[in-house]
Structure formats: structure tokens, C-alpha cells
Design a protein around this ligand. Structure first.
Ligand code: AMP
Length: 373
């Protein structure tokens, strides 16, 4: 049953990273209180929360305590403990349920569901052992990408394999989990559609982002994506189809490949606000975080509109000092830093959003700043 949660009540968030922080900041604008469960004390979300529970995501006592103080519970990343979340659904109000987390934690389940929803996806096979992979690989062919079913992110837990002789390079991936092998896609672009839905079934997508990765980590999102209208419609329809198939409540980021022939293939799903949607804080009439809060609190959703073209650029550990030294030069850049103390190489520390009247010029400005070179 869908409940309406009001300002003054408490939203519990499992996970204390930057997505939780931006969710919390959006919720606090409306007067909600925030409780967060996160194993580290000084987490990005913990810094802005009203109540912090410092414990692991599967700590039963902490989950019970979170249930006690929260009027609604959401999560900010998918690698939380599924069994713990499932137990929470019995003692607390968790409108998103636990099943979507189970599905998106495991590429085999995720790809099976995407295929079942009827939207296009690259050919793949699942394998529980390396021997099974050897037996089944001809169903996919070469080149292919072998990925661990669980626990991979930002290109970790993946191996591109060009030929049968190279397949043994993927053997070590099985030390972590079962794997999938999928056909290598020679895409022309990567895009993402963030779809959000409330318990009443109201569904909206944010404007489509075009994602540029560097070393497998998201570097820039350009909005609107530089694709034609027919492709944009296909992408939105695919995201909505998956959201309906999964009975989504909350947020689902759908990452897609664009092919030479103007078709799309779904790459992967994330059941939460997504890095490629951060631009919406400044560039839209509703941010992905505000809409997420509305969805889980049973509020009506707002139809997203883009005020202006925009580029979002990620600040990794190695970019923090160059950015800080350049802030005075760029009054039009909106700087977001997440409050992480250690600026490790490749760690996501923040992002910059630039509202633009000319995407090419903005991309040039980013390049010329030398912060990311
Ligand atoms: P993933 O963790 O599955 O999103 O993969 C990370 C990145 O690796 C993607 O954003 C793509 O740039 C690349 N990639 C993943 N799968 C494929 C594929 N089947 N073919 C080509 N590139 C891929």
C-alpha cells in the first residue's frame, strides 16, 4: 500500500555516499529529517543527516533501529544486503521493495529481466564455471566481454576477449563470482535514461544524457544527448518498458549503447539516482534527487523539463586540487564536492555542472581549463 510521507517525518537512507548526500539535501529542503545507515562515521550523507547509524548494511540491530526511527526507507546504492533489506520490508515502510536490488546486484538476473521485458540487449550467456564458459562461448562469439555477475563497477571485473585463444584471460574472474559473456558492441555513443515512478504508477524520464567515459569511469554527461528524436523516443520507450516490467517505485538509471544503425542496446541498470543525472540539480525544473524523494514519499511527480543545455564533469581525486585552484576563473561553474576527506586517484570526489548556450564551446572550455588533462 502506498503511503504519503510528510515534512517533519524521517527518511531512512541505506548507504552514506554522495547519492545519499544529494538525496538528503533535496529532502531537507522540504523539511524531512534524514537517518542514514553507513559503516563509516564521516560519510558524505552522514555529514548532512540528522541521525547516523554507523554499522554494516547487514547489521540486524542497526537495521531494526533504522526501521524504528524512519517513516520510510530508501537506499542509495544497490550493493547493500538483499536479505537485510527484505527483512526490513516486513518491519518498516520500504516502498521500493527489495526485489529490484536483488536483480540489479546480479548481471545474470538483470540481463534476464531486461530480455524478458522485450527491449533489445546484446547477446549474452551466463556461466557458473570457466569450463561452462568454454562450452557456451560460441553462442556469443568473438570479440566478447566477460563480466563478473556480481560486484563489478567502473569497468572492474571485466575482460575483453578477442579470440578463443584469449579466453583463458577471463579465468580469474570466476574467483569472484559466476560470469556472463556478452557480445562486444561497437557503439557510437553511450546514453542513459533515468526513469522515475511513484507507487501510483506516474512515470517520468529525465532528459537523456550522453555519457563520455575515460578509463571506464564516467567523465562527462552532455545533455541533451546528441541523438535524433526517433532514437530519443526509442530510448525513452525502452526505459519505461523496463520500469513497468520491474514495477518500479523510485529511480532506475538505464544505460544504453547507441549503434551505427541508430538502434539501441541496453547495457545495464542502476536502481537509484545516477551520476549521469547530477546535471538535473541545476539544469532542470526538478532534480533526480527531488523526484526520487517525491516518488518514495508518495507525492505526485513533476514532469521534468530542461532549462538549458548542460555539461556535467566529474571531479576525481586527482582533479580536486586543479579544480580548487581554478574556481576563481569560472563563475558559471556549479561546483559540488561531496565532503570526502581522502582524495584518492580515480575516487569520485565531486562534480561540476555548467549550463551552456553552446555545447561545443563548453566542451572546449572544459578542455582548456587543463583540470582534466
Ligand atoms: P558496465 O560496467 O557493464 O557498464 O561496463 C563499463 C563500460 O565498459 C561501459 O560503459 C562500456 O564503455 C564498456 N562496455 C561494457 N560492455 C561492453 C560491450 N558489450 N561492448 C563494448 N563495450 C562495453
Amino acid at each position: 500500500m502506498t503511503k504519503v510521507i510528510f515534512p517533519g517525518q524521517t527518511i531512512g537512507i541505506i548507504g552514506g555516499g554522495q547519492l545519499g548526500r544529494m538525496m538528503a539535501l533535496a529532502a531537507k529542503e522540504a523539511g524531512f529529517k534524514i537517518a542514514v545507515l553507513e559503516p563509516t562515521m564521516d560519510s558524505p550523507c552522514g555529514q548532512v543527516a540528522d541521525i547516523r547509524m554507523v554499522a554494516s548494511y547487514n547489521d540486524e540491530a542497526a537495521l531494526e533501529e533504522l526501521a524504528e526511527v524512519s517513516d520510510v526507507i530508501t537506499y542509495e546504492f544497490e550493493n547493500i544486503d538483499y536479505e537485510g533489506l527484505k527483512r526490513l520490508t516486513q518491519i518498516a515502510y520500504v516502498p521500493q521493495g527489495a526485489e529490484l536490488v536483488k536483480i540489479t546486484q546480479d548481471r545474470i538476473l538483470e540481463k534476464t529481466e531486461i530480455r524478458a521485458s522485450g527491449v533489445p540487449i546484446a547477446k549474452f550467456v551466463e556461466a557458473y564455471t570457466f569450463e561452462e564458459l568454454e562450452q557456451r562461448i560460441d553462442e556469443v562469439g568473438f570479440p566478447c566481454v566477460v563480466k563478473t555477475a556480481r560486484g563489478g563497477y567502473d569497468g572492474k571485473g571485466q575482460q575483453i576477449v578477442q579470440s578463443k585463444e584469449e579466453l583463458s584471460n577471463a579465468k580469474s574472474l570466476f574467483e569472484h563470482s559466476a560470469c556472463i559473456a556478452e557480445a562486444f558492441v561497437s557503439f557510437t555513443k553511450e546514453i542513459s535514461v533515468i526513469v522515475q515512478r511513484n507507487g501510483a504508477g506516474e512515470t517520468y524520464c529525465l532528459p537523456i544524457g550522453e555519457n563520455i567515459h575515460v578509463n571506464h569511469i564516467l567523465h562527462e554527461t552532455i545533455v541533451p544527448a546528441r541523438i535524433d528524436d526517433s532514437l530519443a523516443n526509442k530510448a525513452i520507450e525502452a526505459a519505461q518498458t523496463i520500469a513497468n516490467h520491474l514495477n518500479l517505485v523510485g529511480t532506475l538509471a538505464v544505460e544504453m549503447f547507441v549503434l551505427e544503425n541508430n538502434e539501441i542496446l541496453i547495457n545495464e541498470l542502476a536502481p537509484r539516482p545516477h551520476n549521469s543525472g547530477h546535471y538535473s540539480i541545476e539544469a532542470c525544473n526538478i532534480s533526480q534527487f527531488h523526484q526520487h524523494v517525491r516518488a518514495v514519499c508518495g507525492w505526485p511527480l513533476r514532469e521534468p523539463k530542461l532549462w538549458t543545455d548542460t555539461v556535467m564533469v566529474n571531479i576525481l581525486g586527482q582533479h580536486v586540487i586543479p579544480l580548487t585552484n581554478s574556481i576563481s576563473k569560472y563563475p558559471n561553474w556549479s561546483v559540488h564536492l561531496y565532503g570526502k576527506s581522502e582524495a584518492k586517484t580515480n575516487r569520485k570526489m565531486g562534480h561540476v555542472t555548467i549550463l551552456s548556450t553552446n555545447i561545443e564551446e563548453t566542451l572546449e572550455e572544459i578542455e582548456q581549463s587543463n583540470i582534466w588533462s
